[in-house]
Design a protein around this ligand. Sequence first.
Ligand code: ARG
Length: 610
Amino acid sequence: MKSTLDILEATITNVMTEVTGQKDCSALVRPATDAKFGDYQVNGVMPLAKQLKTNPRKLAEQIVAKLNSATADKLSDICETPEIAGPGFINLRLKPELVAANLLQISKDAGQFGIEKAEKPKTIVVDFSGPNIAKQMHVGHLRSTIIGDCICRLLELRGHKVIRQNHIGDWGTQFGMLIAYLRVLYKDKLKQPDSVSIGDLEQFYKNAKHWYDTDPTFADSAREEVVKLHNNDKDTLSVWKEFVKESRRHYQPIYETLQIDLIYAHEKGESFYKDMLPGVVAELKKKGLAVESEGAVCVFPVDSTHSTSSGQTSSPQAGFKDKEGKPLPVIIQKSDGAYLYATTDLAAIRYRVGELKADEIIYVTDARQGLHFEMVFTVAKMAGWVKPETELVHVTFGSVLGEDGKPLKTRSGENVKLKELLDEAVERARKVVEDKNPGLPEDEKKKIANAVGIGAVKYADYTNNRTSDYIFSFDKMLAMEGNTAPYMQYAYARVRSIQRKGRDKGIEVDKEIAQSQSISLTEPSELDLAKHLIRYGEAVSSAVSDYRPNYLTAYLYDLAQKFSSFYNDCPVLDASADKRPTRLLLCDLTAKTIEHGLHNLLGIEVIEQM
Ligand code: ARG
């Protein structure tokens, strides 16, 4: 179903064109910033007045007059008489009849919540998580993993074909170091590589790296191992395979704990592209884009948006610069023949567009990789590997900080392991459950602690504007007040308990809802909740169009609060017979919407009883 916002936008834009003859105007209808002024406001009059060099308030008056005239009868079905405010805003207030009708429709159209499908579904590759092999996942991988997963769910809900890609770091010099190290010190482990645990691998890698950095002879032998690996040496390759497997045994359970839809089939790590790398370099050379520079093969990317009007893009002035103002290259092959992270990303773009037929590729990594992706995207465009209409998007995020405002580390200064962090969250959530409901059976307690603990970590991350850093605090994320997972889970459980109580009292809850043909919204808090419920689709749209889960969590929190006010003001089970079906329906849709948001879109468990 088309959202009210979209209908308003289209109707008012039309009227603006009719009034002014201006074709390229738009109403810019946005949710009102303050409910005092109505539900939506039209922001597009002022820019249009400026363009036409006319008085914005007068123009707003003309538009409103037209909107009120018979020709715009559609609008009067939706809104009360529009009001002009300030220098030229138009405020719109939805009619209760429209709210009631939409609510009924959403409740009948089970599971879709009035969410609109994309007009032109696209094939979208989402590259997220990407842990590095032989290391444990740390808190730095949390954001990419969960934000990426939520973006996939949002896009799928809108009807796009989503291809999840886990670009694991499974190729490169670190394996050379690791294997060279074992060759010298732990020959037996090389014979039984499947006996090496992820913890061992991590420790060996740390030692090997230190050795590599301090001893040129060892560094040489590490490089030799890399060459062997790259030449598909059988023994080296089979050791490498075991290490990748062990790493997978480590991260797959973490995905399951976090309810992340990433499986082996989504894994296309760096090694997947290894045989394509020579071709990437050769093609870039052939196209005259790659040049030798100080022994390495480089491309100097030039953003076509900076190009001259003649289409000549070779002016180095328009390219990327280092601090001294010298042109900055993307190195695609080192003088020793080794390929780089960027070379693999170029091969991946070519594959994703060429083979996976991606219309859009989304990369979810922290903001520090911004320049890397900007340069790689530019090279891919110069090479003609992406069409002008293919979208390449880098969805960035900030860091997770400790209470001291510095990147979250353990006391000894190490990265916090994701597994340990999640275990601690569940343990702490267990205490919350013990406090709230000590009489629950043991397995219930366990289940709830798990849902609350993991939910709290995820939800806290999602509520933060992804581009900012945030301070990780167990106390805050596990609090029963504020916009937290336990608060939302509790809100859900409360609505469900109202329904249960109703059934216990002999009220045929589902029948009453199913049979309600008309809805009467008389109390202000009732209408307020209903209006919010019909706007779930808007929250989903804004979250997906900006790849920002926090729009969704903000919506859910408002919903829980509006439900609280409604439930304070309006009896539900004891309501009179003419009011009860509407109120039962409001409860039901509230519960279903929270469940859909938390569970289907954020991958957080809801709990029937807390
Ligand atoms: N392994 C990388 C890291 O830990 C993330 C991979 C991101 N994806 C990509 N196509 N480069 O930083």
